[in-house]
Design a protein around this ligand. Structure first.
Ligand SMILES: [Zn+2]
Length: 123
């Protein structure tokens, strides 16, 4: 039996995208809470970095969290575009060759816009 594609099984694709968006949102929320817990830049002058090891650690931790937060926001953005494609009926369709993108690939990369073949022959 052939596996269904995201193009044909739109309700599965919808549930899948909703779940991915919810988890991206939850990650953003959690990162924002962690950032708030260590204080944001506005309360930190950075002047005592050298004399305050804890301050330097916090600054490092904050930079890490901000990086993760930026990643999570970018991912949410891509998922939003994936949802738009879903509305247009083109989610799960390779934008290069027009064939279905395998579920396996979408599960690893929910916002993928090309099939594995096109993605690996990009260069
Ligand atoms: Zn393709």
């Amino acid at each position: 039996m052939r596996e269904s594609s995201a193009r044909r099984d739109t309700s599965r694709a919808e549930r899948f995208l909703a779940r991915e968006r919810a988890s991206a949102l939850a990650r953003i929320e959690s990162l924002r809470r962690q950032l708030a817990a260590i204080g944001d830049d506005s309360t930190w002058t950075g002047a005592d970095d050298e004399h305050d090891p804890e301050g330097a650690t916090l600054a490092y931790e904050r930079a890490q969290l901000q990086g993760l937060l930026a990643d999570a926001r970018r991912e949410l953005d891509e998922l939003d575009r994936a949802v738009s494609r879903w509305r247009e009926g083109t989610y799960g369709v390779c934008e290069r060759c027009g064939k279905d993108i395998a579920w396996q690939r979408l599960e690893a990369l929910p916002a993928a816009t090309t099939c594995i073949k096109c993605a690996s022959s990009r260069h």
